[in-house]
Design a protein around this ligand. Structure first.
Ligand code: PEP
Length: 273
């Protein structure tokens, strides 16, 4: 049985005071909820104060939104795995679409970060997901080309770009990671077109990709590894669509952006998850 796991990615939001209010408000609100793992991922600068404000044996864990793979040294602006552990982080997000597409991180760099996190004893949440144009390439397209007055050539193109992208990000992201280490990895399927847009994947779309991801894990590792791995969905998840998303057989939890910035909405989601 996979235990549901819901994490809030605060991104570059909150300030020092609101970060504490949000964390402690959430901890209080979910104190009696059992059977679900919960984490919050504040900006780096608030990690320590948020972690300190939460009770050690409480049910809210702390995660970082990124990490660097080197241990220490001349890497201006970067944060190491040991630094994250030093401030009581247990999770770290790797490969978030904003890091891939806004900052320009490659699969190779994301793999290095994911591996470094595991080696240090952190639990990575490896994000994968297709862009809008990649999702749209999946639609059967009909192209009509006038070759001359009398001939119209129609051809159909069936592509499966979503699977191709997710499979590549998974294979590259997990390169060199053993089956034993995989037990500490969470995969987050986050279609880029659904992140922060208010457009959520339908439960059929989410289930289809989650099942596919589990299949890739079975191929890369084993059936057992595939059965055990937690696969979160992310992309405009909110209280209104949590029940439907969580009813999918292969959706084991959520990675939440906007709706994780308010105690009430995130509490609702934790309750439903
Ligand atoms: C995210 O940033 O991981 C995310 C899913 O954001 P939102 O829920 O706001 O779409």
């Amino acid at each position: 049985m996979r235990k549901p796991f819901i994490a809030a990615n605060w991104k570059m939001n909150t300030d020092s005071q609101y970060a504490l209010e949000l964390a402690s408000g959430l901890e209080k609100a979910i104190a009696d909820i059992q059977g679900v793992d919960v984490a919050v991922c504040p900006p780096f600068v608030y990690l320590q104060s948020v972690a300190k404000s939460l009770s050690v044996d409480g049910n809210v864990a702390v995660g970082a939104q990124d990490v660097y793979f080197e241990g220490n040294g001349a890497f201006t602006g970067e944060i190491s795995c040991e630094m994250l552990k030093d401030v009581c982080c247990s999770y770290v997000i790797t490969g978030h679409s904003e890091r891939r597409h806004v900052i320009g991180e490659s699969d190779e760099l994301i793999n290095k970060k994911t591996k470094a996190a595991l080696e240090a004893g952190l639990k990575p949440i490896l994000c994968i997901g297709e862009l809008l144009e990649e999702r749209e390439a999946d639609k059967t397209s009909e192209v009509c080309e006038m070759l001359n007055r009398h001939i119209c050539l129609i051809f159909k193109r069936e592509a499966d770009k979503t699977s191709e992208v997710c499979e590549r990000q998974l294979r590259e992201g997990l390169k060199g990671i053993s089956e034993q280490e995989l037990a500490n990895v969470t995969i987050a399927y986050e279609p880029v077109w659904a992140i922060g847009t208010g457009k959520t994947a339908t439960s059929d779309q989410a289930q289809e990709v989650h099942e596919f991801v589990r299949g890739v894990i079975a191929e890369l590792y084993s059936k057992e590894a595939a059965e055990n791995i937690i696969i979160q969905y992310g992309g405009s998840a909110k209280p209104k669509n949590t029940k439907e998303l969580m009813s999918c057989k292969d959706v084991d939890g959520l990675l939440v952006g906007g709706a994780g910035l308010k105690v009430d909405s995130f509490y609702e989601m934790v309750k439903i998850t």
